[in-house]
Design a protein around this ligand. Sequence first.
Ligand code: KG4
Ligand code: ZN
Length: 332
Amino acid sequence: MLVLAIESSCDETAAAVVRDGRTVLSSIVASQVAIHAEYGGVVPEIASRRHLESVAPVVIEALKTAGVTLDEIKGIAVTQGPGLVGALLVGIAAARGIAAACSIPVTGVNHIEAHLLAPFLEQEIAFPYLALVVSGGHTHLYKVDGIGHYTILGQTLDDAAGEAFDKVAKLVGLPYPGGALIDRLAAEGDPVAVKLPRPLLHDGSCNFSFSGLKTAVLNWTQKNPEGKSGQLLNDLCASFQAAVCEVLTVKTWSALEKTGITRLVIAGGVACNSGLRREMSRLAATRGIDLYIPSPALCADNAAMVAVPGEFYLSRRIATINGFDALPSWPL
Ligand code: KG4
Ligand code: ZN
């Protein structure tokens, strides 16, 4: 089944054509990052306007790159939530419009579900597996028993991991979104140079908390103003990244041990982090866990991942939800 997928939950307008929920024929992403960088974060109103301008060209580009016409598309999958309400509405309206014009079915997809199924675009994974979804808006740990069968094991109690990266970057004067920049500077720094807390590390739960870590960085920069540049900044970035990675790794490992599951998926923008990939790979190798991390383009927001659950529900005629409102907070 050939599916056209559309994603517009935050600051990327994306469209993709995917065959049978597995083979990516095209995946186009128009990023608004440069526009929001001027404001130090995503401005919802600007995001909606940009989505409105970009959605038609991005869909046309996705069809052209895939070498298909709308007549060949058998269904449409669109991110229905969670995300920014105005941003989501643009993708949903576009999807509904195309579906009505072509008389084909359309289904709403949960953005977190799309992230945790993204690895299927590169390889098959047996169920059950554990999925750590770490992005700018989410830090969630799920047990995945099959498509549509998710049990939440833990989540952040405050900031998401990516949000913490971005806020710390802003504190030290790095442009938005700072996650990838911190990753780059951390490579030149000493991860034990700045002593930072590991919130909730041994509380026995699978929950996370990152806001105290961000406050610890703020306090440190106030005492060490010279730490906002040069080698000290590299050391701060390395120490912060090490703290986030340790918490994510230890908590995920304790969830694997508790559940006895031996397969792990890490997805979302923060799954691009080199420290996290390295640490998780090292542990997986020593403990016999099968680790699946999508390639960076499939970790960050994209529409191809939306087609994985989309095709599953469309081909089985399963209605994921009723109605077509945007669902800004839609727990999976
Ligand atoms: O999944 P994503 O593209 O969008 C959301 O659904 O939020 O994730 C974006 C987040 C941002 O917070 C960004 O700073 C972070 O992922 N990120 C990284 C890296 N690359 C992107 N964080 C740490 N290290 C990276 N290499
Ligand atoms: Zn995302």
